[in-house]
Design a protein around this ligand. Structure first.
Ligand SMILES: *[C@@H]1O[C@H](CO)[C@@H](O)[C@H](O)[C@H]1NC(C)=O
Ligand SMILES: *[C@@H]1O[C@H](CO)[C@@H](O)[C@H](O)[C@H]1NC(C)=O
Ligand SMILES: *[C@@H]1O[C@H](CO)[C@@H](O)[C@H](O)[C@H]1NC(C)=O
Ligand SMILES: *[C@@H]1O[C@H](CO)[C@@H](O)[C@H](O)[C@H]1NC(C)=O
Ligand SMILES: *[C@@H]1O[C@H](CO)[C@@H](O)[C@H](O)[C@H]1NC(C)=O
Length: 292
């Protein structure tokens, strides 16, 4: 009974939690802001200008100051879409950020928000990526970023020329690996860094992919195109072989037919059984009589 009660109260708490989450994100979405903190160096904040502030240039200001004496800075660089602003770019200067969007002459505040800039970090792609091969196993490493390594995961994706979908492996920064690679196949590899959600980020941001590299049997290649052409070459060779085989079969069939034709034209060879039968009949089965 008590267990059931506990379970019920837990479900109710969970329900409340989900509801409150939905409510807060609903408020956030009222203006559909998108916040990205590029590698904790540069903030980009955009809003749904077309839907909300049609034909209006709003004024954006921000501050990283905490406490009472905040100094609000005007947006140093607006993002424009057909002559109207829809976003702002500025330097990341601290962990707490407050933003404010006002109408064009600044008389009315349309939106304001306080946030932790750290929760919106989009990392840079991994640097100095190295591949270490041993037989059918590869370990990929990159340089440890200077800060917040605990918040990062290194994601590796690969596919051979025969695959359509990427295979994915994720591991703590800054090593990730896998095994079972076929030494006859060429593989494309790519890596990126991911920020952990929800411990470090509230949004699910990964770095861009680092440039793809191509490997076959532990050797770095310029591309997997050779593999593809050699594949098509084998296809050509195989089709040629098949054609030759088919021709040989047809020839054999023709030969057989000719032989059967010859058989029907030439007189049949007498069956020895019948020859002996005649002999037996002629002499009433008495061989000795004939011998005498
Ligand atoms: C909106 O502001 C930008 C500069 O921030 C300016 O270049 C643009 O002409 C303005 N648009 C209008 C319609 O005033
Ligand atoms: C500012 O603009 C709004 C319309 O966007 C207008 O109603 C208001 O009177 C303006 N205020 C001043 C001081 O110009
Ligand atoms: C990473 O690679 C660059 C050149 O690509 C080099 O200048 C830099 O020293 C490397 N960093 C480390 C930590 O190895
Ligand atoms: C792969 O490389 C190893 C050593 O580098 C070699 O012994 C092996 O024959 C190679 N396999 C193929 C299929 O080329
Ligand atoms: C994060 O986004 C990726 C694709 O962009 C998705 O595959 C993954 O499931 C997401 N993770 C979370 C925790 O939302």
């Amino acid at each position: 009974m008590r267990l059931i009660f506990q379970a019920c109260s837990m479900i109710i708490t969970l329900g409340n939690l989900v509801a409150s989450q939905a409510q807060s994100s609903g408020l956030e979405d009222a203006i559909k802001t998108k916040i990205i903190n590029f590698n904790n160096e540069k903030m980009q904040i955009t809003w749904a200008a077309r839907e909300l502030f049609r034909n209006e240039n709003v004024s954006f200001s921000y501050t990283f100051d905490e406490g009472k004496h905040k100094v609000w800075k005007p947006c140093p660089m607006y993002l424009l879409d057909q002559d109207y602003n829809f976003g702002c770019l500025f330097k990341t200067e601290g962990p707490t950020l407050a933003i404010s969007i006002r109408n064009s002459n600044g008389s009315e505040e349309l939106f304001s928000k306080k946030l932790k800039s750290d929760f919106y970090i989009k990392p840079n792609p991994p640097e100095n990526v190295t591949f270490f091969w041993k037989e059918d196993t590869v370990i990929v490493s990159c340089n440890k970023p200077e800060r917040a390594v605990k918040c990062l995961r290194l994601e590796l994706q690969y596919k051979s020329t025969f695959d359509k979908e990427w295979q994915s492996r994720t591991s703590r920064c800054c090593h990730v690996g896998d095994q079972g690679f076929d030494s006859r196949k060429c593989y494309s590899f790519r890596v990126r860094l991911k920020r952990l959600v929800p411990h470090c980020n509230v949004v699910n941001y990964s770095s861009d992919w680092e440039a793809e590299t191509f490997w076959k049997n532990g050797t770095l290649l310029d591309s997997c195109d050779d593999d593809r052409t050699s594949q098509s070459n084998t296809v050509i060779v195989l089709s040629c072989l098949l054609a030759v085989l088919l021709m040989m079969i047809i020839l054999l069939i023709l030969l057989c037919k000719r032989q059967r034709l010859q058989m029907s034209v030439m007189p049949a060879i007498p069956d020895p059984k019948y020859v002996f039968a005649d002999l037996l009949n002629d002499h009433n089965g008495n061989f000795q009589a004939q011998a005498l």
